[in-house]
Design a protein around this ligand. Structure first.
Ligand SMILES: [Zn+2]
Length: 323
């Protein structure tokens, strides 16, 4: 039985495995990555990568009771540093992708699918409208934007863990002016630097604000601050352009909603075609979708491609029960 109920619950014969739940506890609790919506609150019997545990600890200040010995295979999922998919089960193999990306972006390799009998896949961008341009093209557009606007400050917005670091790595090769990191971004930069070989040029925004005016600095800040008063005040005082980075940028509404001057389709997730390719490579008997366009992706998979596919909705029972 697989169900969505504050995370994904796998009720198998011998035990309950719970993935990415904030509150409930299974016999084993998978944490696929260190984004806040996936952080396990009990922090016990946790199965995750070492890096996810460390990044979680850096974010929350609490220790993660990470199991060293278990029979769940963790496979890098290409979403953010430390993120993993999980493969488990006896005769019947289950693959839980967590948030997943097949593309190589900046310093992160894409997910390499393995075969499984039952696939639980995220479907954030599970409709054809979210077909992303080539990653190299996106990265070179970003670099051009940075170079073409060297005579004014730039304010770049993305999630503080993952996206903000990718933005920094993409622009570092072209900027000849200071890069400033907002406090939340700097904290994640420091954690990533401490636990991986990746390092960043950025200085902290707090002590170096003046560089926006004096040296046309580039500020990297969390997406939630794109319309904050302090940003608007900076733009008023020093001028400059605001840019947003997200898969949602594939639709023009993203630009208006975030109040951006420019947007880039820089995503940490699979686009529609990559989701289909992932399913094809896993070659499962059953597919369960969750998150975003879950119904749409499941119906495309079953109606167009002949898979046995179903969206996992809150408290709904599994495909097996309906057959
Ligand atoms: Zn995530």
């Amino acid at each position: 039985m697989i169900r969505e109920k504050d995370g994904i619950h796998f009720e198998l014969d011998e035990r309950n495995i719970v993935a990415d739940s904030r509150s409930t506890t299974g016999d084993l609790n998978i944490v696929s990555h260190a984004h806040f919506d996936h952080l396990h609150q009990s922090r016990s019997q946790v199965v995750c990568s070492e890096l996810t545990a460390k990044l979680t600890e850096a974010r929350t200040g609490e220790e993660v009771d990470r199991l060293e010995e278990h029979d769940i295979k963790l496979i890098p999922s290409g979403h953010i540093l430390g993120s993993t998919a999980a493969l488990f089960g006896g005769e019947k193999k289950y693959l839980y992708t967590g948030d997943v990306s097949m593309r190589k972006t900046a310093y992160l390799d894409g997910f390499n699918p393995v075969s499984a009998d039952a696939l639980v896949v995220e479907s954030t961008y599970g409709v054809p409208a979210y077909t992303f341009p080539d990653q190299k093209e996106v990265e070179s557009r970003i670099k051009n934007f940075i170079q073409d606007n060297r005579d004014q400050p730039l304010y770049l917005f993305g999630y503080s863990l993952g996206k903000a670091q990718k933005i920094q790595k993409i622009i570092e090769s072209v900027v000849e002016r200071p890069v400033l990191a907002h406090g939340a971004v700097k904290k994640m930069n420091d954690a990533v630097e401490e636990y991986t070989g990746v390092s960043f040029q950025a200085e902290s925004y707090g002590e170096n604000k003046q560089k926006l005016e004096d040296e046309n600095a580039v500020l990297v800040a969390p997406s939630r601050s794109s319309q904050a008063d302090w940003i608007d005040k900076n733009v008023e005082r020093y001028g400059g352009l605001k840019a947003g980075f997200s898969g949602w940028a594939a639709q023009s509404s993203f630009k208006f909603r975030g109040g951006y001057d420019e947007t880039f389709v820089l995503s940490d997730h699979c686009d529609f075609n990559e989701l289909l390719e992932l399913v094809r490579q896993v070659d499962p008997e059953e597919v369960y979708t969750h998150h975003g366009f879950d119904e749409e992706l499941a119906s495309h998979l079953s109606n167009q491609l002949g898979y046995s596919a179903r969206a996992l909705k809150q408290n709904q029972t599994s495909l097996g029960q309906f057959q």
